[in-house]
Design a protein around this ligand. Structure first.
Ligand SMILES: O=C(O)CCC(=O)C(=O)O
Ligand SMILES: [Fe+2]
Length: 359
């Protein structure tokens, strides 16, 4: 632990595909002595079954109902302050769009690797494409996952070369799903503004017209899950994250304030929403951007669709002035991005912690 995080991209090779298909054999590059759930310094207790519970934390139907709104906003705010995560039920996003996105994502990952390589990461290209995307320690280890990243908003940022044309409905699904999630994020941010006591327009303006990217992950099963990681512990670098669990395989774990890991049990029909580092800064630390990781299941694969909504105020990442004495130093969005990409994993310190004015 403690190596510099490198946001790396690497091709998923035939060898990787073979490794993923053989749940008994773990190639050296994936065997983690450090970041794995059972490994070394990173081994922190997992909240046990007796204690673990699913906290919905957000119910859009109640948020939209004047009779329940106030209580529900308080509930949402409390989840963002204490956990930095909640499961949103009755989210109201179009079920058909979600189902099509799930179906196409599953179909895409089931394709032979040769086919998926049509949208593979490109040398010297940006972050987009199909590959291994998270390799955050200096040990050159890989996560037990295959991922596809595409930029979805604004439309001018789209690189269709990375948008799969197989299955044939996929591009349309991504387009529609991107729109649903952007609208949902906007609705949620309005309620968060109420909770924070800031003008809705102020918080919404920080997200309006900003980048949206989509990451599809597939975590194959692994017979010795304690020796690999699905995604090493990290906190999200954008503003708001919306996560769709395509199946009911558990795996996502959130770090609590006391350093233990809380497993997030997928609630049927829910979306997992979490606070990214930029939203933590915007809220002047009122909301918490929590470390999280993915552990791999011994029997079942797990597939997720993650949407990241970016934010900044006129190109600057800093606390909203309405929220009192700034607890973080404001910096330019691109400088922030560089800092986040090089933060030291395992030190327990995030890049935004180095921006704190009060430590
Ligand atoms: O797949 C998941 O459950 C989490 C993914 C994640 O944390 C990420 O993409 O940043
Ligand atoms: Fe994440």
């Amino acid at each position: 632990m403690g190596g510099a995080k490198v946001l790396n991209r690497e091709l998923i090779t035939e060898a990787a595909a073979i490794a993923f298909a053989d749940p008994h054999h773990i190639p050296e590059r994936y065997a983690r002595a450090d970041d794995a759930p059972a490994g070394g310094a990173a081994a922190a207790a997992v909240v046990g079954d007796d204690e673990s519970y699913v906290r919905p934390g957000g119910d859009m139907a109640r948020l939209l109902d004047p009779e329940h709104r106030a209580v529900e906003i308080a509930c949402l705010g409390s989840a963002c302050r204490s956990w930095g995560f909640f499961q949103l039920i009755n989210h109201g996003a179009d079920d058909a769009v979600i189902q099509q996105m799930k179906d196409d994502t599953v179909q895409f990952f089931e394709l032979p690797v040769e086919e998926k390589k049509a949208v593979a990461v490109r040398p010297g290209g940006g972050i987009e494409g199909f590959g291994h995307h998270f390799n955050r320690s200096s040990t050159d280890k890989l996560d037990w996952a295959e991922s596809l990243i595409v930029e979805t908003q604004p439309i001018q940022r789209r690189n269709l070369q990375f948008w799969p044309s197989n299955p044939p409905t996929f591009r349309d699904s991504i387009d529609k799903y991107a729109m649903e999630m952007r609208n949902l994020a906007t609705r949620l941010l309005g309620f968060m503004a109420c909770d924070l006591g800031v003008e809705q327009g102020t918080l919404l303006a920080a997200f309006a017209g900003k980048r949206q990217s989509m990451v599809l992950h597939r975590y194959p099963p692994c017979r010795r899950p304690e020796e690999v990681v699905g995604i090493a512990p990290h906190s999200d670098g954008f503003g708001l994250t919306l996560l769709l669990q395509v199946d009911d395989t558990p795996g996502l774990q959130v770090m609590l304030g006391d350093g233990r890991w809380l497993p997030v049990r997928p609630l049927p029909g829910a979306l997992v929403v979490n606070v990214g580092e930029i939203l933590e800064v915007l809220t002047n630390g009122a909301y918490r951007s929590a470390f999280h990781r993915v552990v791999v299941d011994a029997e079942r694969g797990r597939t997720t669709v993650v949407v990241f909504q970016d934010a900044s105020v006129g190109g600057v990442v800093g606390p909203l002035p309405e929220l009192g004495e700034p607890r973080y130093r404001a910096i330019g969005r691109s400088q922030y991005g560089k800092g986040h990409a090089t933060e030291i994993l395992g030190s327990g310190e995030r890049f935004i912690d180095t921006l704190r004015t009060i430590r």
